[in-house]
Write a protein that binds this ligand. Sequence first.
Ligand SMILES: C[S@@+](CC[C@H](N)C(=O)[O-])C[C@H]1O[C@@H](n2cnc3c(N)ncnc32)[C@H](O)[C@@H]1O
Length: 252
Amino acid sequence: MNNNIETFVTADGSVGLYNKELNEIYHSKFGAKTESLEKFINPAKIIDNHPLDILDLCYGIGYNTKCALDNFKNINSVDCVEIDRELVEKSLGFHSDNRIKNSKFIHFYIQDAREFVKNCTKKYDIIFHDGFAPHKQSILWSEDFILKLSKLLKPKGIYCTYNHSKPVLNALFKAGLILGYGNNSTVASFSKDLIQNPLSEFELGQLNTKSAITYKDKNLNLTHEEIMRQRLEETKSSNLKTLSGYLKTHKT
Ligand SMILES: C[S@@+](CC[C@H](N)C(=O)[O-])C[C@H]1O[C@@H](n2cnc3c(N)ncnc32)[C@H](O)[C@@H]1O
């Protein structure tokens, strides 16, 4: 594995990764497998009633794919997107899970997720979106990226992410999705009946404040630094209310 990546044992006994160079953890210290189950698999179980096409965006070492295989009865395909080939190759030995290694319905796309969403025409029942946090890697959370990603979701599909920051919620909202809570996470769908705990009007109102200004990356080719700089400029010149101003004037 890349010398910058260290392994550690998380609280549920599953192995997590930490990248020294990026100072970024790949998995929650409270449990890599638990996080996958609570934030991705369980919220998506609402549609385990027909052959599923699943998109695992930012496969890493594959907890979401592996837990999906353990938990969904009827899987048609799993497409896994990951930029780090070495990580994927090591992970296949790491999980020693022959289902992943030998499966005819699991496909790997070793590429930048931005290129994948630009070119993909397939539609999915379930999308797992597990990129690094936006303040470290905004390129996978821009409103433009999320709009393209939303086009890959079937009308009765469900999108799951651990992230619930306001710019990301706002990007999902602008893409026309209905937003809901997962377990300290976010679910979204074009189908109202798939969202059990929707955001309230009060919470949706918070998306019309400065703190919810989205990351922009029109041609899906900017660097993280360019996106962050552009958002800072937009925030400075914005006439929107601040979040604290909104909270003062609106009651729950
Ligand atoms: C938070 S970790 C995901 C953990 C993973 N779901 C698992 O079960 O191990 C984020 C992953 O995104 C990958 N990544 C980073 N930039 C990417 C990009 N532009 N396109 C695709 N994958 C990317 C990283 O290599 C890393 O494995």
